[in-house]
Design a protein around this ligand. Structure first.
Ligand code: ATP
Ligand code: MG
Length: 263
């Protein structure tokens, strides 16, 4: 079965989508079968994977409402080397329309059921809110990867997210765990960055990924070419960091699996 990983942080603009597309491309580059699900009405992961959100016949929106299947909406991201379930602004309506539906929190999980076995990794790019879409992501996932910028307010929002994860674990998805925190857009010249980074280390210990994603202009430019930076320019610092993150994720998964077998 695949490892299903939600990339989440209710804070906007912290690098969730950049992490999702580049990690997906990095894992695909390492020979893994990867599916990326865009759970954000902004459709940034869709565009960043080279698929035009304005010309979708159907998207994750119809899947969540039970109008179609994952199989029929997934597309191949040629530039990324993975499969993508796209989203666009239509998805904003799902938030309201799902409220009255049965099993509104488990719709994504059920929809993934049938195709999950075709993949080694399924990444869920969550929107910047602790809403029903993110909740669907947290219920479907086994682990949560939390990208964050090392700034003061980042820590404040983090406790809300950790609390939400705790509630989801209690009520909806007992196996949910924090995969790890990833420091993004890192600028070592900034002393606050270093302070916050040290605090994270103290609080989260080995849940903090050793790999740090630097601020890198190639990562920011890549979406305008409809491709993950990891596919466009393998040697830039940003791509190197995301490939290292993919490696770190793979080695952590291997260790976790070995421990599970031992237990
Ligand atoms: P949202 O909450 O709106 O979904 P997000 O958390 O998905 O945002 P991104 O879209 O990945 O964040 O990143 C926000 C902006 O910062 C984008 O313009 C992106 O290109 C840029 N960016 C992300 N990571 C980096 C980086 N390491 N270096 C430079 N720019 C970056
Ligand atoms: Mg995003």
């Amino acid at each position: 079965m695949p490892h299903i990983l939600a990339v989440a942080n209710q804070k906007g603009g912290v690098g969730k989508t950049t992490t999702s597309v580049n990690l997906a491309a990095g894992l695909a580059g390492a020979g893994k079968r990867v599916l990326l699900v865009d759970l954000d009405p902004q459709g940034n992961a869709t565009m960043g994977s080279g698929i035009d959100k304005r010309n979708l016949e159907s998207s994750v929106y119809q899947v969540l409402l039970g109008l179609t299947t994952m199989q029929s909406v997934r597309q191949k991201s040629e530039s990324g080397g993975y499969d993508l379930v796209p989203a666009n602004r239509e998805l904003a309506g799902a938030e309201v329309e799902m409220v009255d539906l049965e099993n509104r929190e488990t719709r994504l999980k059920s929809a993934l059921g049938t195709i999950a076995a075709e993949y080694d990794f399924i990444l869920l790019d969550c929107p910047p809110a602790l809403n029903l879409l993110t909740l669907n992501g947290l219920v479907a996932a086994e682990t949560v990867m939390i990208p964050m910028q090392c700034e003061y307010y980042a820590l404040e929002g983090l406790s809300d997210l950790v609390e939400t994860i705790r509630k989801v674990r209690k009520h909806l998805n007992p196996r949910l765990e924090i995969e790890g925190l990833v420091r993004t857009m890192y600028d070592p010249r900034n002393s606050l960055t270093q302070q916050v980074s040290a605090q994270l280390q103290q609080h989260f210990g080995d849940k903090l990924y050793a790999t740090i994603i630097p601020r890198n202009v190639r990562l920011a430019e890549a979406p305008s070419y409809g491709a993950p930076a990891v596919s466009l320019d393998k040697v830039c610092k940003g791509s190197q960091a995301y490939m290292a993150l993919a490696d770190e994720l793979l080695s952590r998964s291997a260790i976790a699996l070995a421990l599970e077998k031992q237990a």
